[in-house]
Design a protein around this ligand. Structure first.
Ligand code: CTP
Ligand code: CA
Length: 224
């Protein structure tokens, strides 16, 4: 068994990480998106690579860049593209971490031409996107699967339900309760809940430090 004294405890491990928002097209010039910066997923990718893992970072649109020999960045735009990219790599990885803020709905029809402002009211019909993490949970074999949960009510109960529904090994519950935490922020207040429903609240800390905590859970999975 490799020793934890080694600075590269995840050497040889392959990790798939999703990050950022997805953009769902309305017409050639417009989309539905969200305020995810991608920072949490990018920080997880950097932590993992710094521990020796080889990382596939599937990211929606963000201004972030990363330059690390162990990180392979795969850029996507829509939830469907993110789904396809994830399934292209999932079979070959040891760990998958879904940190992306994937759109839950997309326009049912994408207008071929820019929509003109002809009417006073305008309705866009939406349909559900595929749940990428749910589909990874269904396809799961040896992989250690980590998801996030963003809740504003019944946090713990809702997060536990997501663990079961999506066949996760660990969920990172994001608390928006705290003013310093969340989207477009530098910090996060998270609670870890594992598949046995062991609950571990963490302090408010930088996203880099949250990323390190998550990778410590991954290391524990391989060495404990
Ligand atoms: N997720 C995903 N694909 C989607 C939606 C969500 O992979 N189409 C992943 C997210 O990356 C996250 C987890 O599922 O790791 C939970 O996302 P969240 O938005 O909290 O939950 P949902 O399952 O989308 O349910 P709801 O938004 O209704 O709470
Ligand atoms: Ca959602």
């Amino acid at each position: 068994e490799a020793d934890l004294e080694s600075k590269l405890p995840l050497k040889g491990k392959k990790i798939l990480i999703t990050a950022g928002p997805t953009y769902e097209a309305i017409d050639p010039v417009r989309f539905i998106g969200n305020h995810s910066s991608g920072k949490m997923g990018f920080d997880i990718a950097k932590s993992a690579a710094n521990l020796g893992a080889s990382v596939i970072l599937v990211t929606g649109p963000t201004h972030l860049t990363v330059n690390h020999s162990l990180i392979n960045v795969v850029k996507v735009t829509s939830a469907q593209e993110m789904y396809d990219a994830c399934h292209q790599y999932f079979n070959a990885v040891d760990v998958a971490i879904a940190a992306a803020a994937v759109a839950d709905y997309r326009p049912k029809n994408i207008a071929e031409q820019k929509i003109k402002k002809n009417t006073d009211n305008f309705v866009i019909e939406l349909e559900k996107t595929k749940d990428i993490l749910l589909s990874l949970g269904e396809a799961k074999k040896q992989q250690f699967l980590i998801g996030f949960a963003l809740e504003t009510e019944n946090e713990i109960e809702n997060a536990k339900a997501k663990i079961q529904k999506k066949n996760l090994d660990l969920i990172v519950l994001n608390s928006l309760q705290d003013e310093g935490a969340g989207f477009q922020k530098m910090t996060n207040k998270v609670t870890f809940i594992d598949k046995d429903f062991k609950i571990e609240p963490m302090e408010l800390k930088s996203k880099e430090a949250v990323a390190d905590d998550i990778l410590n859970k991954v290391i524990a999975h391989f060495y404990e």
